[in-house]
Write a protein that binds this ligand. Structure first.
Ligand SMILES: Cc1cc2nc3c(=O)[nH]c(=O)nc-3n(C[C@H](O)[C@H](O)[C@H](O)COP(=O)(O)OP(=O)(O)OC[C@H]3O[C@@H](n4cnc5c(N)ncnc54)[C@H](O)[C@@H]3O)c2cc1C
Length: 478
């Protein structure tokens, strides 16, 4: 794409109004990147629809003129999912930000895609209800973005991820037609499960304009504890052993030595900086069950060699520990100008071997790679503080992450547990799904979007290459 055709621009202005169509350089630059480092490309226009009908109008116009459309919530994704790598129109959904209904009889919430996740949490919790998915970005990320990425979070071990809470969707196809999938039904097997298909589709199949979400009763009580280990394998054994003892904590998070050192320097919550691993454990539910589970978990951690196990005496103390874990990315981001956070995931029994592999790979390429993540899910976030201005180092970072993805697959894992494939991991998707699997995915894409205009350059490798160096996309229109 080049500059938007004049006729297309006129039609967009007529459909959305001048306030909601931008192609000034400030807007184009602001929407040329997302939370993913090293990838940037200029769109040709940015539009802000205020209704499903306006979304449909934008897609119809774009289809007619063959213009790519990139759906976008808050742009917090970490896989370059909203970077307009082929130019086109960035479709920002944040004006669609209403909670339409909370149905206390069916325990559902029906929301527009631009609702901020934390706003939904607060609204339903005020009514004694609970929406579990809690990505670390929940204060700014949107529900639409969570659905399109199938976001996970700190409560994923016990409660699952976004896919477990999406009951029904309204979505607009690239043709401008509106479809509805699922609904408030607990049971529904009429045809293929399009709801599940759209969850995690990364804005490549349809634009989600409404979602009906499952709610739970709010847990009565919750409590946090920390366990400090001198030995990484001890911490990994504790994770497996807790689950083997049929205890499913709400949260079971991990930080390695390098991350603890940086987090303590930043958040000053009193963590010793000479430990090999830190586990953050939280349980929720009836008070007696929470107390019993934490006692049993403490005993398991001690049996696995924990140096110290401490149950937070107060909610404030618990919150300080949660904050320490949530601060990991911000703390690491202070070290160097560029922070590349990845999302390799392995079966939880393989956490210790995976962390060892990451350590060896970091050494081999002479890089600092700190690892933290959702230990209970096997979902690790190896994170490399680096500097985009140093091409030699960036080349080593790319090589290192490629080896990390390969190691994850080798250990029975995957290239992404929750951040999606986007543009940056498209070259590795075939490692996970195989050639035949990739063809099936491409067939699904064609069925929804025959012209390939919806979020092009995402999920599928553009030229079939398996390896790719993550780079700044040189697609810049003035
Ligand atoms: C500090 C930090 C912590 C994070 N922690 C987590 C975490 O714990 N767990 C986790 O899973 N992720 C996490 N993320 C990643 C990110 O926040 C999530 O992927 C989030 O769901 C993205 O939401 P968003 O509104 O920013 O979507 P965007 O980044 O705007 O978009 C993400 C994808 O969704 C598509 N999309 C957006 N809205 C729609 C729509 N309405 N219809 C169709 N497609 C759409 C876009 O095209 C894109 O492919 C974190 C990111 C940061 C920066």
């Amino acid at each position: 794409m080049g500059k938007l055709p004049d006729a297309a621009k006129r039609e967009l202005l007529a459909a959305l109004g001048a306030d909601h169509v931008r192609d000034d350089p400030e807007a184009l630059v602001a929407y040329s990147y997302d939370a993913t480092p090293l990838v940037q490309a200029m769109p040709d226009a940015v539009v802000f629809p205020g209704s499903t009908e306006e979304v449909a109008a934008v897609l119809r116009i774009a289809s007619r003129y063959g213009i790519p459309v990139i759906p976008r919530g808050s742009g917090t994704n970490l896989s370059a999912g909203t970077v307009p790598v082929a130019g086109g129109i960035v479709l920002v959904l944040t004006r669609l930000n209403r909670i339409l209904e909370i149905d206390e009889e069916n325990l559902t919430a029906t929301v527009q895609p631009g609702v901020i996740t934390q706003h939904l949490h607060q609204t339903v919790e005020a009514r004694g209800l609970f929406y579990p998915p809690d990505p670390g970005s929940m204060r700014i990320a949107t529900i639409g973005g969570n659905i399109a990425e199938c976001a996970g979070g700190l409560r994923g071990l016990k409660y699952g991820t976004t896919k477990d809470y999406v009951l029904g969707l309204e979505a607009v196809l690239m043709s401008g037609e509106v479809i509805r999938t699922g609904g408030k039904l607990v049971k529904d097997v009429a045809g293929y499960d399009l709801t599940r298909l759209l969850v995690g589709s990364e804005g490549t199949l349809a634009v989600i304009t409404e979602a009906t979400l499952r709610l739970l009763p709010k847990p009565e009580h919750r409590k946090v504890m920390s366990a400090l280990f001198d030995d990484l394998y001890g911490a990994a054994r504790a994770v497996s052993s807790i689950i083997a003892h049929r205890i499913i904590p709400c949260t079971l998070e991990f930080m390695d030595r390098a991350t603890v050192q940086v987090v303590e320097d930043y958040a000053r919550v009193g963590l010793p900086t000479d430990i090999a691993a830190f586990l953050l454990i939280e349980q929720d539910g009836p008070e007696a069950v929470v107390e019993r589970d934490l006692q049993r978990i403490a005993a398991i951690c001690e049996a696995c060699g924990a140096r110290e196990v401490r149950v937070a005496a107060t909610e404030e103390e618990g919150e300080a520990l949660r904050t320490a874990r949530r601060a990991a990315l911000s703390a690491l981001a202070r070290l160097r100008p560029t922070t590349i956070l990845e999302d390799a995931t392995v079966p939880r029994a393989q956490i210790a071997p995976m962390v060892e592999r990451i350590t060896q790979i970091a050494k081999k390429y002479d890089l600092l790679i700190c690892t933290f993540g959702h230990a209970g899910d096997g979902n690790l976030h190896p994170t490399c503080p680096t500097d985009a201005r140093d091409p030699d180092e960036i080349a080593r970072v790319e090589q290192a992450f490629e080896e990390i993805f390969a190691a994850a697959i080798e250990l029975g894992g995957t290239i992404t547990g929750e951040h999606g494939v986007g543009a940056v991991k498209a070259p590795y998707l075939e490692w996970k799904v195989g050639a035949a699997g990739l063809e099936v995915l491409k067939g699904i894409k064609r069925a929804f979007d025959p012209q390939g205009l919806l979020n092009p350059g995402k999920i599928f490798p553009p030229d079939g290459r398996k390896r790719k160096v993550i780079h700044r996309v040189p697609h810049v229109h003035a």
